[in-house]
Write a protein that binds this ligand. Structure first.
Ligand SMILES: [Zn+2]
Length: 134
């Protein structure tokens, strides 16, 4: 029988698993960061203010990852879902450009990319500043 805290831990892990994975990967590469950069525009999931870089971790469905098998608009209420996801995408773009205007390098990590961590790592190293431990 699970204790309440074990159950809670399980729930939290499921909720944040992609973010936790990305944090672990970045940490492994030597990047250091604040877990939640709430003071920055767009509230990126991971950021380093001194090194001026930020990462958003996006769920493929909610953020509308075009061409992704995880992003398929439900058949029922499809207009509703499309509008919602288009709005999310526009908001994401605004957040990104706000940060870029402040001189930040911004990386978007899609949930589906986590299945190939080595490919993702190579991409992050290209996008984020070298020696970005900051
Ligand atoms: Zn995807």
């Amino acid at each position: 029988v699970l204790t309440t805290s074990e159950r809670m831990r399980g729930i939290r892990q499921r909720d944040t698993a992609p973010e936790v994975t990305v944090r672990r990967l970045l940490h492994h590469l030597g990047y250091r960061f604040r877990v939640c950069a709430k003071t920055l525009p767009g509230r990126p999931d991971i950021a380093n203010q001194r090194g001026r870089w930020a990462v958003f971790v996006h769920g493929c469905f909610w953020h509308g990852h075009i061409g992704c098998r995880l992003y398929t608009v439900p058949k029922t209420n499809s207009a509703f879902w499309k509008d919602k996801i288009v709005a999310n995408r526009e908001r994401d773009r605004r957040k990104e450009s706000q940060l870029r205007n402040l001189g930040y390098r911004v990386a978007i990590v899609w949930q589906c990319e986590l299945s190939e961590p080595e490919v993702l790592l190579r991409r992050l190293l290209r996008v984020l500043p070298k020696g970005g431990e900051g």
